[in-house]
Design a binder for this molecule. Structure first.
Ligand SMILES: Nc1ncnc2c1ncn2[C@@H]1O[C@H](COP(=O)(O)OP(=O)(O)OP(=O)(O)O)[C@@H](O)[C@H]1O
Length: 310
């Protein structure tokens, strides 16, 4: 488990992380979401003892990183996978890491197997593709067989197969009872991977909840198709619904749920040919909840990047 209490980081006058309190439970994949510059990497760096908090505390299984006797046996992290010696082979890189952290060298072959790099273990890591480099970074994180794993943007730049592989691995690690904390900009991917979410904006906590709860905060719209659209539209508007055309003899209704619409149609003898409720996506929920906290945004697609006032 990871817990952060009033975690705060200032860089000069810049408040990167602002009294952030959250918990990352074991046995679950927890997504860490926030717009660019929200403070995700800084938070992860403080959890890993790479940045000192200005205030507050982050603990891993009850201890600050510096209090853990054999850190790599407790926590593994993928922050920047490109951090490796380009002329070393994958095997030599991991062997060096194992030796310098007093981990059993036999573990190197195990983690190479887990990440699927056994066949290329003797090749120069500098010649690896992005996906292979990412796998090698994950192998390094798994080297100490840690209970807690942090991954900062692990699927960045990966192809669909690589993304699926990471999703499957995260699930497996969580199912083994480990704590898996992962930041990503790929919200559709997070919707599939994360059980829990910690959502931040401008360094502050926006919410911590399950992914299902977060998505449930989006509005429901209902698509309704009927041969008597005019009567239906007028009636639904009189009940307070917002109705707009959706082509193909259908309307999209918000402000009323499917039961209200179905009951109204039945009571007024209006035939319905379709009645389907649509919940917003994780992306919709994210944009609704973090919109006000976005540091960098464009006013229109293709327009210049503008910085909102802080
Ligand atoms: N070493 C530093 N010195 C000064 N400012 C920093 C430093 N590191 C981060 N910041 C600032 O702190 C804020 C949070 O940055 P951070 O990288 O933690 O955000 P992030 O959520 O990981 O962003 P992204 O999603 O773009 O990677 C940003 O405004 C960033 O410019």
């Amino acid at each position: 488990m990871i817990d952060a209490v009033a975690l705060t980081k200032h860089f000069g006058t810049k408040v990167a992380v602002d009294h952030l309190t959250f918990t990352v439970p074991s046995g679950r994949v927890t997504g860490f979401l926030g717009p660019n510059g929200a403070g995700k990497s800084t938070t992860m760096r403080m959890i890993l003892g790479l940045d000192a908090p200005t205030d507050g505390v982050a603990r891993i299984d009850g201890l600050r990183y510096h209090e853990i006797r054999h850190p790599l046996r407790v926590v593994g992290a993928l922050l920047d996978a490109s951090w490796l010696h380009p002329n070393r082979s994958a095997h030599a890189h991991l062997e060096w890491l194992a030796r310098s952290n007093k981990l059993p060298p036999a573990r190197v072959d195990d983690v190479l197997e887990i990440v699927g790099l056994t066949a290329v273990a003797s090749q120069r890591a500098g010649g690896f593709s992005l996906g292979m480099t990412q796998r090698l970074g994950i192998a390094a994180a798994l080297l100490g067989d840690p209970r807690v794993l942090l991954f900062d943007e692990p699927v960045n730049g990966l192809d669909p197969e690589g993304i699926l592989w990471i999703r499957t691995l995260m699930r497996r690690l969580a199912d083994e009872g480990r704590t898996v904390f992962v930041s990503s900009h790929l919200l559709s991917e997070m919707a599939l991977t994360a059980d829990e979410l910690v959502v931040i904006g401008r360094g502050k906590l926006i919410t911590q909840c399950t992914t299902a709860e977060f998505v449930a905060t989006t509005d429901v719209t209902t698509r309704v198709r009927s041969p008597h659209l005019d009567a239906l539209t007028a009636g639904l508007r009189s009940l307070g619904g917002e109705v707009r055309e959706d082509g193909d003899g259908a309307v999209l209704v918000s402000g009323l749920d499917g039961v209200d619409i179905g009951d109204f149609a039945a009571a007024n003898g209006i035939a319905l040919h379709e009645l389907s409720e649509h919940r917003g996506s994780l992306e919709d929920a994210f944009l609704q909840r973090t919109g006000e906290t976005t540091e960098y945004r464009t006013t229109q697609p293709g327009s210049d990047l503008v910085t909102t006032s802080r």
